[in-house]
Design a protein around this ligand. Structure first.
Ligand SMILES: Nc1nc2c(ncn2[C@@H]2O[C@H](COP(=O)(O)OP(=O)(O)OP(=O)(O)O)[C@@H](O)[C@H]2O)c(=O)[nH]1
Length: 196
């Protein structure tokens, strides 16, 4: 059993309007994420500060314990409220989730040989689609207290298992699960990429 958590509490300042509510291929980004995680996770939490705009989302809505601390604050809240030790985290601004990749992350996590299971693209971690164990909670809390914003700030303190590119590419050849939307142009680019 693994909890799913959609991080949807960002400011969307570069996008100009709430990314979570942006409709992509007929479905709001937040709903796409919930649907993707639901296949594997129960419960699915949607974590944000202002929940009033998300009332009709078909998931458990959870308010940031410490607001406006970026995605790390959302991960903290998800771990805090998760009924299971492992949480599969996904940012709401990532419109795709390849089921085989999500399954692999969950399977590796439930082997419980690490505290974080995170894909890596070349040298870069993909911390916004990764599994976190509740053991990470005190380390995440310390980063928040020290005003460290980068999710990977606490990775040095816990056991991190990486899913290297050679391992995830066969499951998601184009790496679509990691495409993310920061600006309206990103969304246009993704739509164009889909056609190629
Ligand atoms: N729960 C929660 N999620 C957050 C928070 N800040 C960012 N996120 C989510 O984390 C993911 C990555 O966010 P960013 O793109 O870095 O930031 P953003 O605030 O959404 O966008 P910008 O304002 O343009 O930087 C998105 O899915 C956000 O919704 C927060 O304070 N709480």
């Amino acid at each position: 059993m693994i909890t799913g958590a959609v991080l949807a509490g960002g400011e969307s300042s570069r996008f100009g309007r709430d990314k979570a509510l942006e409709v992509f291929h007929g479905t709001r980004m937040v709903d796409r994420c919930v649907q993707g995680l639901r296949a594997l996770c129960d419960p699915v939490l949607v974590v944000a500060n202002d929940l009033s705009r998300l009332l009709d989302v078909d998931a458990a809505l959870v308010r940031d314990i410490i607001p406006r601390r970026g995605p790390l604050g959302g991960i903290y809240t998800a771990l805090f409220f998760s009924p299971h030790p492992w949480v599969l985290v996904k940012a709401t601004d990532m419109p795709y989730l390849e089921p085989a990749l999500a399954e692999r992350l969950a399977r590796e996590a439930l082997q419980d040989k690490a505290d974080v299971v995170v894909p890596r693209t070349g040298p870069y971690y993909e911390p916004l689609l990764a599994a976190y164990h509740v053991r990470c909670l005190p380390h995440v809390a310390r980063c928040i207290r020290d005003d460290k914003r980068q999710i990977i700030s606490f990775y040095g303190k816990v056991r991190v298992r990486t899913l290297e590119e050679t391992q995830w590419r066969p499951l998601d050849p184009r790496g679509r699960s990691f495409w993310n939307v920061n600006t309206p142009e990103d969304l246009q680019r993704i739509l164009l990429e889909e056609e190629t």
